[in-house]
Design a protein around this ligand. Structure first.
Ligand code: NAP
Length: 295
């Protein structure tokens, strides 16, 4: 974000809270590397102002917005055209204002899938377990369902939410899905990959973990926590202690941002720039996170 002038196009993040977001760092660095005249800003929006924020951003001629917690579902009524992914997941993380229309996309599934594939995670024929059934879990579950997996196990504090997610997946995919609460699970049930999508373990409550029994990790190949702050959640620490490979959520965040950037600016970011910005992000995020954690 070096030279703001009369032609600068603005993009921003709508959410609450937004103080700790890494998105401005990613988007403004991508813009600089791509030579695109755009600026990305965080907008903390109160619940009662979500409609005004979306319509106001359109009226002000913003190029688009990212949408984050807790508004990914709340913005749906204001979208004119939903892409397939957002339609299926019923959540939007990317808005684009073009030709007097509001377009809604969801790039979270793309972000996670790209992150997993880049790290050598293979889905085909696997038993996948998902902890959580909230907004992010929906994207994770649909991403997995598209990957020719063997079956899904959904575990959530509130059973009804997980059952609702199962019903939604069954509208589109014929896939065996078992649903449990954390109190009902048998730790020894075989699973190849486990995605941790609850908010448990996120900074500052870094000693919390939705799983207490170390046996839960026996026989697992990959543990993926979509939380990226801290870089190693208690869930990932337990997985690593059990000899399971571990991946955090930073690359997911990064690749969902890459896709949003490509949607807004109608470009394809070359692999070299993607790689450079990802490295810079890791450095920026984890230096910063360590400082925050020792506070
Ligand atoms: P959400 O819609 O509010 O869902 C939260 C989930 O966590 C629900 O399944 C909820 O269970 C569960 N949960 C919350 N507190 C709990 C507790 N004390 N005990 C047991 N379960 C609890 O939030 P979200 O949008 O899915 O986000 C979840 C996490 O993913 C956040 O940490 C967020 O930062 C992260 N995330 C990361 C990325 C990325 O790009 N890396 C993208 C999106 C989200 P109930 O249904 O029982 O309430």
């Amino acid at each position: 974000m070096t030279n703001i002038n009369g032609k600068t196009r603005t993009v921003g993040l709508i959410g609450n809270p937004v103080e700790h977001t890494l998105s401005p760092f990613i988007h403004n660095l991508l813009a600089e590397k791509m030579g695109i005249n755009t600026a990305y800003l965080p907008f903390q929006v109160k619940t009662e102002n979500v409609k005004n924020a979306v319509l106001g951003a359109k009226a002000l001629g913003l190029l688009g917005n990212n949408v984050t917690i807790p508004y990914k579902t709340d913005v749906l009524p204001f979208v004119d055209i939903l892409d397939d992914e957002a339609q299926v997941v019923q959540a939007v993380n990317t808005l684009k204002y073009k030709n007097d229309q509001i377009y809604g996309f969801n790039t979270d599934g793309y972000g996670l899938r790209t992150s997993c594939l880049n790290n050598g995670i293979i889905f085909e024929g696997k038993t996948i377990c998902i902890l959580g059934a909230g907004g992010a879990a929906k994207s994770v579950a649909f991403m997995c369902a598209k990957e020719n997996i063997k079956n899904l196990i959904l575990i959530n504090r509130t059973l009804e939410t997980a059952q609702e997610l199962r019903s939604n997946i069954h509208k589109y995919f014929d896939l065996p899905i078992d649903v449990f609460t954390f109190d009902d699970i048998d730790s020894h049930t075989r699973k190849n990959i486990c995605f941790q999508t609850t908010s448990i373990g996120m900074h500052p409550l870094i000693d919390a973990c939705p799983i207490e029994d170390p046996a839960f990790f026996n026989g697992m190949e990959w543990a993926v926590d979509i939380i990226y702050n801290p870089s190693e959640t208690k869930f990932l620490k337990m997985a690593l202690s059990a000899g399971v490979k571990a991946l955090n959520g930073l690359e997911m965040l990064f690749y969902q941002a890459v896709k949003s950037f490509e949607i807004w600016h109608e470009v394809v970011i070359p692999n070299q720039i993607v790689g450079e910005v990802l490295l810079r992000l890791c450095d920026f995020a984890y230096n910063r996170t360590i400082k925050e954690m020792v506070k």
